[in-house]
Design a protein around this ligand. Structure first.
Ligand code: SAH
Length: 259
């Protein structure tokens, strides 16, 4: 779907220069108010977990709440035991990858500001959890694309979503290197990156919808920050949200051979 003319314009557009990026602290996202509550939202059931995320103001909107109530984390945790499914911590899903902590999923979903009908991209889709939440929120007139480079995770995430939400049809998980984005379906209303790029990923800014497209991404090596970039035609506004710790957005071979 989408507007073919708009896609063409994006493909032909200039390379983003760092000088086009302006920096701004998001006033509604004061880190110190939210950070102490992170990691303390564990529950014994999915409903319980979501209730705690709401209580701790990590979930703020009805649509994020409904998405997380309707996507059950127990289906996305790989070989981890069911007893830890609703802990507010990342869990290993094999292949040196993790499913992110629920508070990060909640936080990033809020920052995406998704609307019905949006076309969205989840880079490093891993377990498929967030791609499913995004598909739930954008509805049947929208579409959520996930891109993941580990073949095993591509396969497992597809089956995770199909098991959890056989009713959801508006999603596609693509196997590939997410550092290039996914030009075939650009532009996107929102792009989420689930792994940390060492530098601002300018390539991805080009794939945002010129009218308000949002990129949510961790940036940095050891010292990482979560950023939101909002595109307004040729300009990009950059908001730093908070310090974070993500696995790197990297080479497939480097990731799989890591100790
Ligand atoms: N949001 C996901 C996060 C998974 S961890 C979840 O909660 O399940 C980050 C993922 O990024 C891993 O699955 C890893 O394999 C993937 N990844 C890292 N570098 C990548 C790259 N260059 N291209 C695509 N995927 C990548």
């Amino acid at each position: 779907g989408g507007n073919p003319l708009l896609s063409l314009v994006i493909r032909a557009s200039v390379w983003w220069e760092p000088s086009l990026v302006t920096s701004e602290i998001a006033p509604s996202l004061i880190t110190s108010e939210i950070a102490p509550m992170a990691w303390h939202s564990s529950g014994s059931t999915n409903t319980d977990l979501v209730a705690n995320l709401c209580k701790n103001s990590l979930i703020k909107s009805q649509k994020v709440k409904e998405a997380m109530l309707n996507v059950d984390r127990k289906h996305y945790i790989g070989d981890s035991p069911a007893s830890v499914a609703y802990r507010d911590t990342p869990l290993s899903i094999g292949n040196n990858a993790t499913i992110s902590a629920p508070h990060m999923h909640a936080w990033c979903l809020e920052l995406m500001e998704l609307k019905l009908g949006n076309r969205v991209l989840d880079i490093g889709s891993g377990s498929g959890y967030l791609t499913a939440c995004m598909a739930h929120i954008v509805g049947s007139n929208g579409h959520a694309y996930g891109i993941e480079h580990v073949p095993d995770l591509v396969k497992k995430s597809r089956s995770n979503i199909a098991t959890d939400r056989p009713d959801l049809k508006n999603w596609t998980i693509v196997e590939g290197d997410g550092r290039d984005g996914l030009i075939d379906h650009a532009p996107y209303d929102a792009i989420h990156v689930g792994a940390a790029a060492s530098e601002v990923p300018f390539k991805l800014l080009q794939q945002l919808h010129p009218n308000g497209g949002r990129l949510i991404t961790p940036v940095g090596k050891l010292d990482q920050n979560l950023y939101v970039f909002v595109r307004d035609q040729e300009k990009i506004k950059q908001h730093r949200i908070t310090g974070v710790r993500y696995v790197p957005l990297t080479d497939l071979q480097l990731q799989l051979t890591k100790e």
